[in-house]
Design a protein around this ligand. Structure first.
Ligand SMILES: *Cc1c(COP(=O)(O)O)cnc(C)c1O
Length: 395
């Protein structure tokens, strides 16, 4: 079954009866009762499937989890209150019976770096960073660190590097490490990391999957091997998504493949237009044949789908010129986050990479003139017109 079909059917109408709701209701109950104590006892003991307490399982979340398993090709999922909670749960589960050592991609979402440095490392987990696009460097780092976990993003932020997940998964299997892939930027329309050998895939549901800028959520999807540990950890910690958010996310996902296709097509047009613009010195977009990871992109991505983030550098611009350019935007929303139906622009130096020193940023290739655009579903002509008029206000 194709992803467009799964997106509108999976998870809903679980137990068809005489009167089956066509979409999954919002179950707000904190606890569940049964006809008999004996049955409640079996449910508590997990000998029988069923619900007893909302921190353990909730039917609204169960529907979303089944849907995400269908989209990502997993055996079990856990819906969490945020993308960060999902990353935390995936990493903790990965390390449960492995060496407490992580090798993480050098380019990662800022809050993920914080989680590693400010939460996990002080708790005794060894953390080391490596360039996941350089397989030899990664292999050395994994061996030296005796890594229990490799953590990476499918498409990095904001320079859109793409590591060879399939080869990295092989390395993980050879060394006994678990591979955790944050698939937020690529979505399962482009890449399904579990099918490439990853052990966990995680999402910030807040972005493309929910897609409307009105819900915060995250999810971990995994195979059967790790699912019981993931659930047990979740029962103890309680990071679960609320039922209202679950409902909004499921509603969003029904149109996610359509939205994402449109966003990818719009992004291709925007990237091509920017590349030809005299004020733009560099466009970062995975369709570029000179992209440093072109081989992995061609192998892993479907034709014509390159994601919907375009980063670009304005010639000679510093903070002041970027502020003027972004203040001039009339359609594109100046805000953090990405993947919404509306186009949004962010200034990495001010937001996602604010805490990093200018020198270190420069070394990472993130200069004062770089902006990141999340392309929405609007008419491409209107996005281009807004960029054109705002660039007129740039240096
Ligand atoms: C937004 C984001 C997160 C964090 O998700 P929240 O829902 O904000 O907690 C993690 N990884 C990536 C790649 C993201 O874009």
């Amino acid at each position: 079954m194709q992803i467009h079909t799964k997106a509108v059917h999976a998870g809903d109408r679980k137990k068809p009866g005489a009167q089956t709701p066509v979409t999954t209701p919002i179950f707000t109950a904190a606890s569940y009762t049964c006809e008999t104590m004996a049955q409640l006892d079996r449910i508590f003991g997990r000998e029988e499937e069923g619900y007893c307490y909302a921190r353990y399982e909730n039917p609204s979340n169960a529907a979303l989890e089944e849907l995400m398993c269908a989209l990502e090709g997993g055996q079990g999922a856990l819906a969490c209150a945020s993308g960060m909670a999902a990353i935390h749960m995936a990493v903790m589960t990965a390390l449960a019976d492995r060496r407490k050592s992580i090798v993480a991609a050098g380019a990662l979402y800022g809050a993920t770096v914080s989680l590693l440095m400010n939460v996990l490392e002080p708790a005794g987990v060894a953390v080391r960073f490596a360039d996941v696009c350089d397989l030899d460097q990664l292999r050395t780092a994994v061996a030296e660190a005796e890594a229990g976990c490799i953590l990476m993003e499918t498409i990095s932020n904001p320079l859109l590097r793409v590591g060879p997940i399939d080869r990295i998964a092989e390395l993980a299997r050879e060394t006994g490490a678990a591979l955790v892939v944050d698939n937020t930027f690529a979505t399962p329309l482009l890449v399904r990391p579990l099918a490439l050998g990853a052990h966990f895939t995680v999402h910030s549901l807040t972005k493309y999957l929910a897609g409307h800028g009105d819900v915060l959520g995250g999810i971990v999807v995994t195979g059967s091997e790790h699912f019981d540990n993931l659930r047990a950890l979740s029962r103890a910690i309680g990071p679960v998504l609320g039922p209202f958010e679950s409902y909004l996310t499921m509603r969003g996902i029904k149109t996610f493949p359509l939205r994402m296709e449109r966003q990818c097509a719009n992004a291709r047009r925007v990237a091509a237009w920017l590349s030809a613009h005299p004020k733009i010195v560099h466009v970062y977009f995975p369709s570029d044949p000179r992209h440093p990871d072109a081989a992995a992109i061609q192998r892993l991505f479907p034709p014509d789908l390159y994601g919907a983030i375009v980063s670009f550098e304005i010639a000679g611009a510093g903070r002041e010129e970027i502020f003027r350019f972004m203040d001039a935007l009339q359609l594109i929303v100046r805000a953090t986050s990405l993947g919404d139906v509306h186009s949004m622009m962010l200034y990495p130096v001010m937001s996602s990479h604010r805490e990093i020193s200018p020198k270190h940023r420069e070394r990472m290739g993130i200069g004062e003139g770089l902006v990141r655009l999340s392309v929405g579903i609007e008419a491409a002509e209107d996005i281009l017109a807004d960029l054109e008029q705002a660039l007129g206000c740039a240096p």
